[in-house]
Each structure stands twice: as C-alpha cells, then as structure tokens.
Design a protein around this ligand. Sequence first.
Ligand SMILES: *[C@@H]1O[C@H](CO)[C@@H](O)[C@H](O)[C@H]1NC(C)=O
Ligand SMILES: *[C@@H]1O[C@H](CO)[C@@H](O)[C@H](O)[C@H]1NC(C)=O
Ligand SMILES: *[C@@H]1O[C@H](CO)[C@@H](O)[C@H](O)[C@H]1NC(C)=O
Ligand SMILES: *[C@@H]1O[C@H](CO)[C@@H](O)[C@H](O)[C@H]1NC(C)=O
Ligand SMILES: *[C@@H]1O[C@H](CO)[C@@H](O)[C@H](O)[C@H]1NC(C)=O
Length: 410
Amino acid sequence: MAKSNILALFLSLLMLSAAAALDVDVTKHGAKQNADISQALRDAWKEACAATTPSKVLIPQGTYQLSPVTMEGPCKAAIELQVKGTLKALTDPANVKDAGSWVSFNKIEHLTVSGGGTFDGQGAVAPSECEKDDYCKKRPIVSNLSFNAITNSVVQDVTSLNSKQFHINVIGAKNFTFQRVTVTAPEESLNTDGIHVGRSSGVTITDSKIGTGDDCISIGDGTQQMEINKIDCGPGHGISVGSLGKYQNEQPVVGIRVRECNISNTSNGVRIKTWPASYPGTASDLHFEDIKMNNVSNPILLDQVYCPHNQCNAKVPSRVKLDRVSFKNIRGTSATAVAIKLACSGGVPCEGVELADISLTYTGPEGPIKSECTNIQPKTSGKMNPPPCIASATPSGSAIPGRRRLSFNF
Ligand SMILES: *[C@@H]1O[C@H](CO)[C@@H](O)[C@H](O)[C@H]1NC(C)=O
Ligand SMILES: *[C@@H]1O[C@H](CO)[C@@H](O)[C@H](O)[C@H]1NC(C)=O
Ligand SMILES: *[C@@H]1O[C@H](CO)[C@@H](O)[C@H](O)[C@H]1NC(C)=O
Ligand SMILES: *[C@@H]1O[C@H](CO)[C@@H](O)[C@H](O)[C@H]1NC(C)=O
Ligand SMILES: *[C@@H]1O[C@H](CO)[C@@H](O)[C@H](O)[C@H]1NC(C)=O
C-alpha cells in the first residue's frame, strides 16, 4: 500500500516535470535536411525562450544549412540549444550580405549549448586561393559564432569548423564555461582565432582542442578572472593575451591563469603582445603554468613591440604596463634557439616577471638555446634551461624606472 502510494507520487511527479520541461524540435517548425533552417530555428528559439520553465531547442542529427541567425534573450527560464547535427553556413554571398556574425547569442542567462554537433563555417581559405580567383568572395562574409552578454552559461561538446575569421567571439560574458569544445581550421587560413574573449569576467575554457591559422585563444582588453586549462593547442599562433594598446580606452586585463596545456607546432607558445606607440593600458596577474611545448617557435614571449605589417612606429614604446607575470614549469621543445624572449616596454617596463622551472630544448643549427630580454630582469628560480638572460639591451647603470629585481608573492 505505502509502496504503491510512493510509486503513484513518483509517477505523477515525473509526469509533472515532463509536462513542465519544454522541448522544441526544429523539425516541428519545418526544418529539413540540406535546406536553410534559419527560420525554423528562429521560431523554435522564440517558443522555447518564452517558456517559463527550462526548455530546449533541439537540432537533430543530419546536415542542415543555416543563414545568419541571432538567438536573442533574455529568456524567461534556462534554455538549451542542443545541436546533434551539422550546421553549414551558406556559401552564396547573396545570402550573407552584412550580418555581423553567423550565429549570435545575445543577452542570455543560463544558456547551455551542447549536443556533439558541428558548426561548419565553410569559410577557411588559404591566402593563395584568394589570390588565384574569386574563391574568397564565394565564401560566407563572416561565419563566426558570437556570444554577447552571456551570464552563468556553458558551451560543451560542440565543434566549430572552418570559420571565416574568428571562430568564437565572446564579449561581455560573466561566469561562462567552454568545455570539450573543438575548433578546427587549416593552419594556413587567415585570422582564424579559435576563441577570442574580451570584456568578460569568469570565463573558463577547459578540456578543449583548438587548431587554427591564428591564436588558439586570444584574450582581449577588459578580460578578468579567466581560467584556461587542459587545452590541446596547435597548429596556429598559440595562446595570447592581446594584442593590447591599439585602441583608446581599453580596460585592464586582470587575473588570467593558463594551466596544463599542450601546445604543438605553433609559431608561439604563451604570449603577451602589446602595440608600440600605443594607448595606455594594463595587464596584471597573468600566470602560465604546467605547459608542454612541442616544436614551438617562440615558446615564451612577451612582445611589447608587436607591430605586424609595420602598421605603427615601433620606436615609440608601448604604454601598456605588464605587472605580475609568471611562467612556471614550462617544458618541451623549441623550434628556434631563442626559446624565451621578453621584450618589455622601455616606457613602462614590466614588473614582477617571474620564471621558474623552465626546461626547454632546441636541437637546430642556431643553438645553443637562449633567452633574450629587453627592459626587464626577470626573477628566476628552479631549473632554468635556457639559462636566464642577462639584461644587455639597456646600457648598464642607466636608470630606467622599474628595471629592478622584484620579488612578488602570489
Ligand atoms: C565576428 O562577430 C562579431 C560580432 O560578434 C563581429 O563584430 C565581427 O566582425 C565578426 N568577425 C570577426 C573576425 O570577429
Ligand atoms: C555559473 O554558471 C553555472 C552554469 O550555469 C552555474 O551552475 C553556477 O551556479 C554559476 N555560478 C555562480 C557563482 O553563479
Ligand atoms: C598532453 O599530452 C599528454 C601526453 O604527452 C597527454 O597525456 C595529455 O592528456 C595531454 N593534455 C592535453 C590537454 O591535451
Ligand atoms: C606536429 O607536426 C608534425 C609534422 O606535420 C606532425 O607529424 C605531428 O603530428 C604534429 N604534432 C601534433 C601534436 O600535432
Ligand atoms: C614543426 O612545426 C612546423 C609548423 O610550425 C611544421 O611545419 C614542422 O613540420 C614541425 N616539425 C616537426 C618535427 O613536427
């Protein structure tokens, strides 16, 4: 008797919750395989977003086309976009015109994007292809995923493939986690940063695999308390803070922790880059720890004379102040002899830079392996290979403010 009562209660609870949770399948809104499903997705999103109980938009297995869509919040309750299929950006420029990005999520709290599916931007193009013919023009104008003002949310188990330009752009986020995400584009593709984060706090990227033609992860101004761990990065340009200082009114970068990553076949490992002749800015509390380099050209790089294509006057020092930066337990192989390069600003020299337990090797013809420093004498401890640099770039005895040996505590 008691048993069946409990069972009845359990069943009715189950039915209640089944009735409460709303699942909206895009195929119920007319989505068909190999056709543009953007309208169906918009309709399904609208329905789910208006629900007062947690709801889910489902894109089932199969291949679909998608022209630019925006999933707009705020929603009434938690919402999930479960992508099991493959979404392909349209390659006909007539359909892509001026959309800021391909798939956007705006102003949403408690968003989950999941499902094991793929966002295929169909946009990664080798520069040689562009020169040859109109190939570039036939690609989507943009095919990135952008997350704007997202709070308390998660993106997990999805793949971004061959985006044109940035793959995933995160701006204005608070408490936002990416886990088990795969980002792939050819090494020779242009400007295909994997995940770019700016003006956000509490973003975590973990357990992910990123290989592109540019930075695996780039961290823009205004990023605070960001955790990057267990990333398999490469090919590409490594993990970068910056570039900073190019624009006016950039906000500080504070509290970035990069840990337990493998970086392979990249032009840089862990890097901080700021523009010379720049606007003022700061980046502080940046810590890189337990990183395995595998055939990386510049494993450890502070580059305050970052000036691609000579767009700036590299002789005017950067005005971005770097403070409290550490590199600890970094090991593996360098593809060039200069495995550690710390080029700090002569105007606002870096402070509190610490290196500990560095174990890098180089076997090429330009050896032996070495460190180079400008306007900085880092504090070192533990094993150091290459050996620490001697600050030779500044004349001895010259009084450059901040060029002191500094110790700091975590
Ligand atoms: C990506 O999307 C953003 C909108 O979030 C847009 O401003 C940007 O131009 C797009 N392209 C790149 C390269 O980020
Ligand atoms: C951060 O977001 C996650 C995912 O939605 C949530 O579970 C967690 O409670 C949030 N943390 C805070 C401090 O709000
Ligand atoms: C890094 O590589 C090691 C093997 O060398 C592997 O055990 C580990 O899981 C890898 N970590 C990541 C985040 O890829
Ligand atoms: C690095 O590149 C080499 C040569 O292309 C390749 O064989 C190797 O698998 C790559 N390593 C990783 C970890 O991607
Ligand atoms: C090292 O990385 C470069 C790309 O940066 C690649 O071309 C080369 O094949 C790699 N070498 C090895 C031994 O993996």
